[in-house]
Design a protein around this ligand. Structure first.
Ligand code: HXC
Ligand code: NAP
Length: 285
């Protein structure tokens, strides 16, 4: 973790901050001294998380209801954010919607629901906060949470993959354009981390988590605290020269899946002895 007080006097706005990875990032930011503002659709969940974190850290956490799919709701939430805490120094676009489904089963509304939350929601929040910061002459560190398949694409989560890829293009583009206003834009691509929100929609029977672990070279799923440590670093002044970066944090899963021969990890030493002999026999042929 960064030194305590790294975020003292700073305001952090985290979408989807009431649960899962958003709650983890809010907890660490608050421990490091930030005044946090969390927002999502469920105000009761937000308030419970806000009280829990404040009682742990002693720092203020505000809860603001917002549906990121609705541009008016976002505008109102950003107005309220500035009223209760001031212009943010840190903005984390973490809210998302997702479920596994064969693409031929998706209705237009299913597609719109996911892409509205992930791509349009991130755009509405970023544009609304960005315009207010420009008016106030203030910079900020923006962070978006995507996924490793934003880069590769993935079947069965096609709306999410498409929208997350759009978010990455948005953040790289804004890093180029709004750097002149003192704003930085970075992205974290987490690998699988067991949260109720994600696993209830991506592994509803509990059958796939075991498979995931076998393809993660570090041998386990990630944790919310690990994402929070990287997120807080990227949003802190220690990372003031990091912008336009997309950082994968997945225990090596992506490169493992991409590497053609990585499944050879299943081969035993005896089998290697046999294969080595066979290979050596072909020498010169
Ligand atoms: C097919 C489905 C579906 C399913 C919903 N729909 N679930 N279609 N298979 N399993 C369709 C509905 O029929 C409807 O279309 C449309 O999608 C909208 O559904 P609603 O239930 O009305 O939407 P809403 O109440 O707004 O809820 C949004 C939601 C829900 C995305 C569907 O799951 C949600 O609130 N999710 C928020 C949290 C979340 O998803 N967290 C996980 C993030 S994990 P029709 O045509 O019938 O009207 C992640 C990355 C993970 O993003 C990477 C892991 C490694
Ligand atoms: P989660 O707990 O379900 O988090 C999603 C959050 O988004 C919830 O707090 C939810 O709150 C909020 N949200 C959903 N729809 C919204 C809307 N329309 N408006 C505002 N807020 C909305 O799942 P998580 O695992 O922590 O995921 C957090 C982020 O990490 C997401 O961006 C996800 O794509 C990413 N990620 C997760 C994993 C993983 O394995 N867990 C891996 C890669 C990437 P409400 O329901 O109250 O609105």
């Amino acid at each position: 973790m960064l030194p305590l007080n790294t975020f003292k006097g700073k305001v952090a706005f985290i979408t989807g901050g009431g649960t899962g990875l958003g709650k983890g990032m809010t907890t660490t930011l608050s421990m490091l001294g930030a005044e946090c503002v969390i927002s999502s659709r469920k105000l009761d969940v937000l308030k419970e998380t806000a009280n829990e974190i404040t009682s742990q850290t002693g720092n203020k956490v505000h809860a603001i209801q917002c549906d990121v799919r609705d541009a008016d709701s976002v505008k109102n939430a950003v107005t309220e954010l500035i009223q209760v805490a001031g212009h943010p120094d840190v903005v984390i676009n973490n809210a998302a919607g997702n479920f596994i489904s064969p693409s031929e089963r998706l209705s237009a509304n299913a597609w719109r629901t996911i892409t509205d939350i992930v791509l349009n929601g991130t755009a509405y929040i970023t544009l609304e906060v960005g315009k207010e910061l420009i008016k106030a002459g203030k910079g900020a560190a923006f962070l978006a949470i995507t996924t490793i398949y934003a880069e590769s694409g993935s079947g069965f989560v096609v709306p999410s993959a498409s929208a997350k890829a759009g978010v990455e293009a948005m953040y790289k583009s804004l890093a180029g354009e709004w750097g002149r206003y003192g704003m930085r834009f970075n992205v974290i691509q987490p690998g699988p981390i067991k949260t109720k929100g994600a696993f209830s929609r991506l592994d509803p029977t509990g059958e796939f988590a075991g498979d995931m672990v076998t393809r993660i070279p570090c041998g386990r799923l990630g944790t919310a605290g690990e994402i929070a440590n990287l997120a807080t670093y990227l949003c802190s002044d220690y990372a003031n020269w990091v912008s336009g970066a997309i950082i994968r944090m997945d225990g090596g899963e992506y490169v493992f899946m991409a590497g053609e021969f990585n499944n050879l990890k299943k081969v035993t030493n005896n089998q290697w002895d046999i294969m080595e002999k066979l290979i050596r026999k072909t020498k010169g042929s």
